[in-house]
Write a protein that binds this ligand. Structure first.
Ligand SMILES: *Cc1c(COP(=O)(O)O)cnc(C)c1O
Length: 236
């Protein structure tokens, strides 16, 4: 399978993820194909290739690509979310991966209840303390998840992290390992009754390290679609 086709890149990626996960003694992580900036006609062929889940980071872009996205995939919101946008996507996404502040938790809870649903979320942590990428300080996770247990419209399913863009694997790997350790500890403690099953970490540049360190989900864009074109690619 040639590596310059969508099917070829996907097959190569899946094989590498399986191998990396097995090397760490883990099952292969679920692949979330990050389709942000790509038009529907580039995304839809993924369905026939077995991709079931896509990730998008902008509410406006999700709206623009509905209903095609929703009819064919589970949509994950992976980007920083403004409170006033929650209402626009609450019924269309399967998982909000970027919950990182209390006011946002309250608004998701409010909108979920108004829609008669319980919204699955991941709590985003900031393992390297990079505020521009979003995420709570890791040491606040336990308390935050416990408080979320009091919100009936919210269901905390796990943790998410965006790692720093370091090239140095030996510096990066400990951050992934610490995330897995924290995830295992929180899963055992189940603060507020939360059943934590998902650990979302790893992107195109670092998803193999993530798989080796026990990610249950990886979010991969450019390794599947090819590089993104910024900034003037027309929205669909
Ligand atoms: C864009 C994005 C990704 C995917 O990035 P690639 O490097 O293209 O794989 C993953 N996670 C988040 C939060 C993103 O914004």
């Amino acid at each position: 399978m040639p590596e310059n086709t969508l099917a070829g890149r996907l097959e190569k990626l899946r094989g590498e993820l399986r191998t990396a996960a097995a090397a760490g003694g883990w099952p292969a992580p679920k692949l979330i194909a990050v389709s942000k900036t790509h038009p529907l006609e580039e995304i839809l062929p993924l369905k026939a290739l077995g991709v079931t889940d896509v990730g998008e980071n902008r509410v406006q872009e999700i709206r623009a690509k509905l209903p095609g996205l929703k009819e064919n995939f589970h949509i994950h919101l992976i980007g920083q979310l403004q409170r006033n946008k929650v209402r626009a996507i609450i019924g269309d996404v399967c998982l909000i991966q970027s919950l990182d502040r209390w006011e946002l938790a309250l608004e998701i809870d409010r909108q979920a209840q108004a829609h008669g649903l319980r919204m699955p979320v991941l709590v985003q942590l900031s393992p390297a303390g990079e505020p521009q990428k979003g995420g709570l300080p890791p040491e606040e996770a336990e308390d935050f998840i416990r408080r979320c247990g009091g919100l009936p419209g919210l269901e905390v399913r796990g943790l998410m992290a965006v790692m720093p863009d370091w090239r140095d694997e030996t510096a990066l790997e400990p951050l992934f390992r610490q995330m897995r350790t924290r995830f295992d500890r929180l899963r055992e403690e189940a603060p507020g009754g939360a059943a934590l099953t998902e650990l979302s970490m790893g992107m195109s540049g670092d998803c193999l390290i993530a798989a080796r360190c026990g990610a249950t989900m990886v979010r991969v864009g450019s390794a599947i679609f090819g590089p993104r074109v910024y900034p003037d690619r027309p929205a669909v």
